[in-house]
Design a protein around this ligand. Structure first.
Ligand code: FAD
Ligand code: UDP
Length: 368
């Protein structure tokens, strides 16, 4: 029987940041992870000398100086800039929405021409404040862009109509009236040269990790004691689904190794037609400017989340946000448990936001 200052449930990015701070501050931690590997959803694995993003494309981007300085202690970033393409009915468009996109759609060459068309197409909303994703999309980029690049992709991705989805999801994507086709607006961007797993490994140096260990089985059988638990699993599961189940979107990845040097000439190509069942194909070597003789591609299929699958995306619609708030309200029943990360907080967090949130917790715990 041993005593630890912290039990860390989940070996994803949130707890990796926390563990790194706790170890440096001389605290003892035990980390347990349900899956057979560390790094959670940012896990990368070398195959054919290519870093494979096993749980989908992960591009690090941030404007937060503190976060950028922090991750650079554990990884060198390669300067990759995400320039996404989207295919619709055989034609390739530039994403996010920029002058290349408007030129391919409408043959226009100036911002004024593009804005004029968008203004005409958004007139149907008569200045109304957008109440759902469809209205928000039309209000931002007009009906043609909505129908070509947004509607099919979004309804596949979320398994819901755009009229039933919150507007904020589409506001994640930049809209520019220039030829800048960078998918993100952030000051810093890149991919760790040695992969994300290596970055997380360095953060976990000195932390004891038990893989293939589920919290609920572990806590019933352990004699060890812990002052505090940092829990990055699902909050509804933690409370035995007392108010019902939160909904998530899941994904299915189909990965293939091809005996050719290049498949699609770009890291990410989205498929925005409703009738194509996957949302995107990623070609892993392009995230690292790879010149290997073979290539590895992954098709990403959205899926309804069921027990036993990975819960990738919280569904932040009205119903689920209200349910999540009910779970938030009872977290105080367990004062020694702190909920963090994408699942613990039920938030659609990017990596930099997860790190910022973990850094905040480290400050609250007196670890920085
Ligand atoms: P996780 O990585 O989910 O870690 C939580 C861990 O807890 C998991 O490993 C899980 O197995 C474990 N766990 C859960 N329950 C238990 C239990 N009961 N017992 C033991 N262990 C348990 N962000 C970006 O910044 N850029 C991107 O390009 C980007 N792309 C993304 C693409 C996809 C397809 C997805 C799904 C996410 C993407 N993200 C991206 C977001 C990024 O993955 C997350 O911000 C980050 O991984 C969240 O880290 P976390 O530690 O909160 O969660
Ligand atoms: N989206 C879209 N068409 C695209 C790409 C994205 O309509 O070609 C929408 C979709 O609703 C998606 C949202 O924009 O959920 C945010 O996209 P992002 O690439 O940020 O999603 P993530 O990488 O988190 O899956």
């Amino acid at each position: 029987m041993a005593h630890f200052d912290y039990l860390l449930v989940g070996a994803g990015l949130f707890n990796a940041v926390f563990a790194e701070h706790a170890s440096r501050a001389g605290k003892t931690c035990l980390m347990i992870e349900r899956r057979g590997h560390i790094a959670g959803n940012i896990y990368t694995e070398k195959r054919e000398s290519i870093d494979v993003h096993v749980y989908g494309a992960h591009i690090f981007h941030t404007s937060d100086e503190e976060v950028w300085e922090y991750v650079n202690r554990f990884a060198s970033f390669n300067g990759f800039i995400n320039r996404v393409k989207a295919k619709f009915e055989g034609k390739v468009y530039s994403m996010p929405f920029n002058m290349y996109t408007f030129e391919s759609l409408w043959g226009v060459h100036t911002a004024e021409e593009a804005k004029k068309i968008i203004d005409e197409q958004r007139a149907c909303l008569a200045g109304k404040t957008p109440e759902n994703l469809e209205e928000q999309a039309i209000s931002l980029v007009g009906r043609d862009v909505y129908e070509t690049l947004i509607k099919g992709y979004t309804e596949k991705q979320w398994g819901r109509l755009c009229t039933q989805l919150p507007a904020f999801i589409i506001r994640r994507l930049p809209l520019r009236f220039t030829y800048d086709d960078n998918y993100f607006n952030d000051k810093y961007q890149g991919i760790p040269v040695e992969g994300y797993t290596s970055m997380v490994e360095k953060m976990l140096n000195g932390t004891k990790v038990l893989l293939n260990t589920d919290y609920f089985d572990f806590i019933r059988s352990t004699n060890d004691t812990f002052t505090k638990t940092i829990y990055t699993g699902k909050a509804d599961e933690f409370f035995g689904y007392r108010f019902g189940k939160l909904e998530y979107r899941s994904l299915r990845f189909e990965t293939e190794t091809l005996n050719i040097p290049d498949y699609q000439g770009n890291a990410v190509i989205n498929y925005t037609e409703a009738k194509i069942p996957y949302t995107r194909i990623i070609e892993h070597k392009h995230f690292n400017f790879g010149k290997q003789p073979k290539t590895i591609i992954t098709r990403e299929y959205p899926a309804e989340y069921k027990e036993g699958m990975e819960a990738y995306y919280p569904v932040n619609d009205e119903k689920n946000s209200a349910l999540a708030a009910s779970y938030d309200a009872i977290k105080q029943e367990c004062p020694n448990v702190i909920f963090g990360g994408r699942l613990g907080e039920y938030k659609y967090y990017d990596m930099d936001k997860v790190i910022a949130s973990a850094l905040q917790l480290c400050k609250q715990q007196g670890l920085r």
